[in-house]
Design a protein around this ligand. Structure first.
Ligand SMILES: [Zn+2]
Length: 195
């Protein structure tokens, strides 16, 4: 059943819509009056379906100098290593979302620490946000989105097998800050989409 679900679900990109979610009519794509961008418009009920970037919220858990890495059990980037992170849910704060994802993916219960990185990913219409976590109880219980989870020394980080550029940038900044003896908040932006 899980295999079936995997083949039948995917993450549509670009996120254009065919039908109005308010009335079911066919949408047209054009620039609304007093706007500068193309939107999905419903000529039947007048709804304008704006699309905006999504937030991905996660954590960088640290225990005795080691960082937590999770091997992804789902696409995209199945089999690659990541920090615990996922899409923020409606009605949730970014901090609560990061904590929830950490619990879901690694089974790690912890108090959230400082905001560490905010990374724009215009290629994917996303913003990735990571919080530090100082861990006291390192017990892990990976959820169904994670094949395995480990506490990893800097020297053992599998840089070539990290799932996302935002994860490698966050880890690079973390180890650099640790060497400098001071942790900052890092705003970064990946190169924008071409064309
Ligand atoms: Zn409509």
């Amino acid at each position: 059943m899980q295999e079936l679900a995997r083949t039948l679900t995917y993450f549509p990109a670009p996120r254009t819509q065919k039908f109005c979610s308010q009335c079911g009519s066919t949408l047209t794509r054009r620039i609304p009056p007093d706007d500068t961008r193309v939107r999905d418009l419903c000529d039947n009920c007048g709804a304008i379906h704006y699309q905006n970037p999504r937030m991905v919220v996660g954590t960088l858990p640290v225990w005795q100098g080691r960082v937590l890495l999770c091997k992804r059990a789902i696409e995209p980037r199945l089999g690659y290593w990541t920090l615990p992170a996922g899409f923020m849910e409606l009605g949730e704060t970014s901090a609560a979302g990061a904590q929830r994802e950490t619990l879901e993916e690694a089974g790690l219960q912890s108090e959230l620490g400082a905001l560490f990185s905010v990374i724009d990913v215009p290629q994917a219409d996303q913003v990735h946000v990571f919080f530090l976590i100082e861990v006291t109880d390192p017990s892990l219980a990976p959820g169904q989105e994670t094949l395995e989870a480990h506490w990893v020394e800097e020297a053992d980080v599998p840089w070539d097998d990290l799932a996302f550029r935002t994860v490698s940038l966050t880890l690079e900044r973390f180890f650099a800050d640790r060497r400098a003896g001071q942790y900052g908040v890092h705003y970064l932006a990946l190169p924008p989409r071409r064309g």
